[in-house]
Design a protein around this ligand. Structure first.
Ligand code: F6R
Length: 572
């Protein structure tokens, strides 16, 4: 969600800025823009659309300069159009600024600035920043930025240039990730390391409240009162190898009393699977909370609580704030994160990197799989420290080791699923049902379908169907059951009968040991290989991801970049 890149150095800025923006595309955006400082002052190009289109625009109307900023915008305040795209200017066009986050008191600031004679050109909250800087006192750009930010409530990661203070990029951070890339005679600003890795692996993560000043001669990090801050230069290679549980020792594991998992979206679904895994293997009570709800509740401190924040991006605003709230309430906090060096990874007391590689498609898929695999390993680790029998642990490890082959076999269902997709691509609604460890799979299957094919879909615990959703069942309603043969299989089969009796269309994802017994009740049966029940989501999820994918392709949807979605949700 929104991406920032900035550059100052000896090379032409625009190719570097555009390449950085392309690296940040995966975060999701709807418009893009770039501004450079040169002899003419500040020059800007921006549009609603893709970075490729911005590149074409810059080819037609070139920009030159060795200092500049660029942005991909995911609309929050104001439509996704060219005017609202960043960079934004002040009244005189002297300042250009890009921003991630939300200025919460934007309405109040705007009214005050308009009364003082400022002219606003956009609907965005960001534009208040340019006018605040314009009227703020100070000899240097950084002094004016610091003065302006004193009036701001909300979150920001920003980069700004000014024709009044040339050859300089000023960046600032509060609640929205910003890092600096450090190279020989050139310096970068970015919202994550992927945007600078082509040029340097030395990065400086800004802390909340930091203001950074970058010139071709070096960089400085200041606080709001212009005091120099000492920030470490991290080598990205070193962090990539960091798989450790930090200083989380076996002693900590035995004193644990409960686990609270906080996450959003697909990561929350993985957390629901994790609850089954951790309760079963580690014998710990587990609560799974939407991070956005958790952070605003009164948190009752309970000694021995471990809070696990699960996040692919490591930048999801609600998950980050939930982690901070848990820590403030006295909990130990741990991150289960994919993106190395991300804010959640850095703020957690301990953590496990998923190392799933960059997840480029906006809809989360391989992160879900890796999160569950990591939760299984964590369950084994905590379990063994808390009395899980070594044989039980070994059996699960064998099942984990066998998974890559089983996943490869499950992918052979592709052709069968494509045929199914042909048949159901015109559906307007779908219901996904499962129980136990398969209930989160049903939720995730429904989420994938709605995200990428725009078909309305709901996931439910199978037994809850008769408490309401059963009213929806008719011949137009595909009902997808996630029903591997496990302890609740027969119960779920009863729910299938109830759907059948009302004429619903039934698709079942089950295991290979279920033979002809579903033929009478189900319209379609997809069989995945057998594995340990706790790990079955790693296999049953695959046909559901494929189903969503093929239906979306059949409907002509952009599978990688579904409308309205952002890869990294850095606002509340
Ligand atoms: C769904 C999806 C989202 C994310 C959610 C949390 O396909 O991608 O629901 O799972 O925004 O994101 P992370 O895991 O980055 O915290």
């Amino acid at each position: 969600m929104c991406g920032i890149v900035g550059y100052v150095g000896k090379r032409e800025a625009v190719p570097i800025l555009l390449e950085g923006l392309a690296r940040l595309e995966y975060r999701g955006y709807d418009s893009a823009g770039v501004a450079v400082l040169n002899g003419a002052g500040v020059e800007t190009r921006k549009l609603a659309g893709r970075v490729a289109a911005l590149r074409e625009l810059v080819d037609r109307e070139p920009l030159h300069g060795r200092c500049g900023i660029a942005h991909t915008r995911w609309a929050t305040h104001g439509s996704p159009n060219m005017t609202n795209a960043h960079p934004h200017a002040d009244c005189t066009g002297t300042i250009a600024l890009v921003h991630n986050g939300i200025i919460e008191n934007a309405d109040v600031l705007r009214a005050r600035l308009e009364r003082a004679g400022h002219h606003f050109a956009t609907e965005t909250d960001t534009e208040t920043l340019t006018h605040l800087i314009e009227e703020s006192p100070g000899k240097t750009l950084e002094e004016r930025v610091a003065a302006a930010l004193r009036h701001v409530e909300g979150t920001y990661g920003l980069a700004v240039v000014s024709a009044d203070d040339r050859g300089k990029v000023v960046a600032a951070r509060r609640g929205s990730s910003v890092l600096l890339g450090v190279a020989d005679g050139e310096y970068f600003v970015a919202s994550d390391a992927s945007a600078v890795l082509a040029h340097t692996r030395s990065v400086v993560h800004l802390a909340d409240g930091d203001i950074a000043v970058l010139t071709p001669d070096g960089y400085r990090v200041l606080d709001g009162d212009a005091h120099e801050q000492d920030r470490a230069v991290d080598a990205v290679e070193w962090e990539l190898d960091d798989l450790a549980l930090g200083n989380f020792t076996k002693g900590d594991c035995t004193s644990l009393r409960r686990v609270v998992i906080v996450a959003c979206g697909t990561s929350w679904h993985a957390g629901l699977v994790g609850r089954h895994i951790l309760e079963e293997l580690a014998g710990l009570p587990v609560e799974v909370e939407y991070a956005s709800e958790f952070r605003y509740r009164r948190l009752l401190p309970l000694a021995g609580t471990l809070t696990i924040a699960i996040s692919q991006s490591g930048e999801t605003a609600d998950t980050l704030e939930a982690l901070r709230a848990a820590r403030a309430a006295g909990a130990r906090v741990m991150g289960l994160v994919n993106v190395v060096g991300s804010t959640i990874a850095r703020e957690a007391d301990a953590g496990v990197y998923l190392h799933a590689g960059p997840e480029i498609g906006v809809a989360s898929t391989k992160a879900f799989t890796s999160q569950i695999a990591a939760l299984a390993l964590l369950g084994l680790y905590l379990g063994r420290a808390r009395g899980l029998a070594v044989e039980t642990g070994r059996e699960l490890v064998k099942s984990l080791v066998a998974l890559p082959d089983l996943i490869a076999r499950t992918l052979h269902l592709g052709a069968e699923v494509r045929e199914l997709a042909e048949r159901y691509a015109g559906a307007r609604n779908a219901l996904y049902l499962g129980r136990g460890v398969s209930f989160p799979v049903a939720l995730e299957g429904a989420l994938k379908l709605k995200e990428i094919s725009y078909i309305h879909a709901e996931g439910y615990p199978a037994a809850e169907m008769k408490h309401g959703p059963i009213a929806l069942i008719d011949a137009e309603m595909p009902v997808v059951f996630v029903a591997p043969r496990d302890g609740v299989y027969q119960k779920v089969r009863t729910t299938m009968e109830e759907v059948r009796a009302r004429g619903g269309r039934i698709i079942v994802v089950t295991t290979e040991d279920v033979n002809g017994e579903l033929d009478r009740v189900a319209d379609h049966v997809l069989r995945v290989p057998l594995t340990a029940s706790l790990l079955s989501p790693l296999l049953t999820m695959i046909p559901l991801q494929l189903l969503a994918y093929h239906i979306a392709v059949r409907r002509g949807c952009d599978v990688d970049r579904p409308r309205n979605l952002a890869k990294s949700v850095t606002v509340e």
